[in-house]
Ligand binder design. Structure first.
Ligand code: SAH
Ligand code: SF4
Ligand code: F3S
Length: 467
């Protein structure tokens, strides 16, 4: 294994954190500095932002939702599609005026976009008021980088250094008090040909089961009612660990922790989804009867060129087994429309698959080329307008399926976790199978389990009555 001593490295960072307490107080005239973190992209980024927030709190900073009143603004960025990147460029451009009004404002950019050299270079050139740029691999060094940026006043860029390590023990400020994310692994080794994630998140590595279990227990002890286990492909959890283990085993151990709570997980790659996994879900009341199982395309030819390592038959086999074992199962998925070389015939196969599976909901994407990925070099003759038309067709098919599914829930009673207040006396609650139900109730119910009878389905929005 490697010779990096991660504990010693974090101890060094704790020293920088201590130094920063005074340095920041001085910089901001002895008042508590305020930091604003904006997170783009997926739950991995949300989890990383929770670490950055944790470190900032240790330095004595307060967190604010309001960028205008912040002394430090950090954008944690996503590179998965061009659209995601464009939003970041637009939003960073808007910070120029704020920086002009408040020269002491420190602006930092981190996350997946910064791990692409051409993007980090462009940011550096186009936005001279951005003081700190760092990639996903050096989050643990945030105190040191911030210290250097503040004390030298120089712009600092640090990226491109995946050391393959897991840094356990970084302070963390969880956003929620009853729903929380728990990373079980980092990185991705799958190299789907369209995807930038393995290039910006580095090699796959799993946290030890004992560490994950300890963290889960601590969360449940602190009152969490729902824990989502996170990884780009949770089904390959455990690869490379000394101890022999697997995701179904980990899931089972978490579900055996005492307490009344739900477990979710994402993302499951169909190539590694096993019957054992389905059995573990079927046999535990705590593991939600919802599986997010991205299929990406219904055409075997396209799946092959996406490097997904399964075909439609294999996908349907696991779906059908899951449906037969798990009552009231909800399946959701990611799908890409317009992969290079995709024909309307291929696209029709995607529609067929959607109709066959009857997903509760879909995350739908039009293909977007990513620099450095193999798909970006493939022939892509279909114009964007045509792909958009296909996309619209797909949405329509899915809307009908979702509406039918919701209508079928009317009259039944479900256990729900109340999540938030929508407006005055309307609360949003979620069923185990990941469907939102609007109910009347009081804010004290937020973060509690209740029973809701579904009284009405308006398209895919459900109304219910608490019992
Ligand atoms: N690890 C997860 C997904 C991570 S990215 C998995 O394997 O399913 C989230 C989703 O973004 C992907 O599932 C895919 O549908 C979409 N996506 C990724 N790269 C894309 C690209 N270049 N163009 C369009 N959609 C993309
Ligand atoms: Fe991207 Fe594929 Fe890895 Fe998911 S499994 S993050 S889609 S490369
Ligand atoms: Fe997630 Fe976007 Fe990075 S989807 S892993 S934040 S590129």
């Amino acid at each position: 294994m490697s010779e990096i001593n991660t504990t010693a490295e974090l101890a060094k960072q704790a020293q920088y954190t201590d130094l920063l307490k005074d340095v920041l107080l001085m910089r901001y005239n002895h008042r508590q500095p305020k930091a604003h973190i904006r997170t783009y992209g997926c739950q991995q980024n949300v989890a990383d932002s929770e670490k950055i927030k944790g470190m900032l709190e240790e330095m004595g900073c307060a967190l604010t939702e309001n960028a205008e009143e912040a002394d430090m603004i950090i954008f944690n960025t996503c590179a998965v599609r061009e659209h995601a990147e464009d939003r970041v460029f637009g939003n960073v451009g808007e910070l120029k005026a704020l920086k002009r009004k408040k020269p002491s404002l420190l602006i930092g950019l981190c996350g997946c976009m910064m791990e692409q050299k051409h993007i980090a270079d462009r940011i550096y050139k186009s936005f001279p008021y951005v003081g700190l740029v760092f990639g996903t691999h050096v989050i643990h060094k945030f105190p040191e980088m911030l210290y250097n940026a503040v004390t030298t006043g120089k712009r600092l860029v640090e990226r491109g250094t995946d050391d393959g390590q897991i840094y356990e023990g970084i302070p963390m400020h969880r956003d929620g008090s009853f729903k929380g994310w728990l990373s079980i692994m980092y990185g991705c080794d799958n190299f789907c040909t369209y995807c930038i994630v393995p290039h910006v998140r580095g090699r796959e590595r799993s946290r030890k089961p004992s560490v994950v279990l300890e963290e889960a227990k601590a969360m449940i002890g602190a009152g969490y009612k729902e824990i989502t286990l996170l990884g780009q492909n949770v089904n390959s959890y455990g690869k490379g660990l000394d101890e022999k283990t697997s995701f179904p085993e980990l899931l089972k151990s978490v579900s055996e922790i005492d307490g009344d709570f739900w477990i979710r997980f994402m993302t499951s790659h169909p190539k590694d989804a096993s019957k054992e996994l389905i059995d573990v879900i079927a046999e535990s009341g705590k593991i939600c009867n919802h599986i997010h199982l991205p299929f990406q395309s219904g055409s075997d030819g396209i799946l092959k060129r996406m490097n997904r390592h399964y075909d439609k038959e294999k996908y349907m086999e696991i779906v059908n087994y899951a449906k037969s074992r798990i009552p009231d199962l909800s399946l959701t998925s990611d799908v890409i429309v317009g992969f290079p070389g995709e024909t309307y015939e291929d696209f029709r196969k995607t529609l067929d698959l959607i109709r066959e599976v009857e997903f509760t909901s879909l995350f739908t994407f039009i293909y977007s080329p990513r620099v450095g990925t193999p798909a970006a070099k493939m022939d892509d003759p279909i114009p964007y307008e045509e792909k958009s038309r296909w996309f619209g067709e797909l949405l329509k098919v899915q809307e009908e399926i979702a509406a039918k599914r919701c209508a079928g829930m009317v009259g039944k009673t479900y256990r729900v976790l109340v999540e938030e207040q929508k407006k005055e006396d309307i609360l949003c609650a979620r069923t185990q199978n990941n469907i939102i139900v609007e109910v009347s109730g009081t804010p004290e119910m937020i973060g509690t389990f209740q029973n809701a009878e579904i009284t009405e389905a308006r398209n895919w929005i459900l109304r219910g009555k608490l019992h």
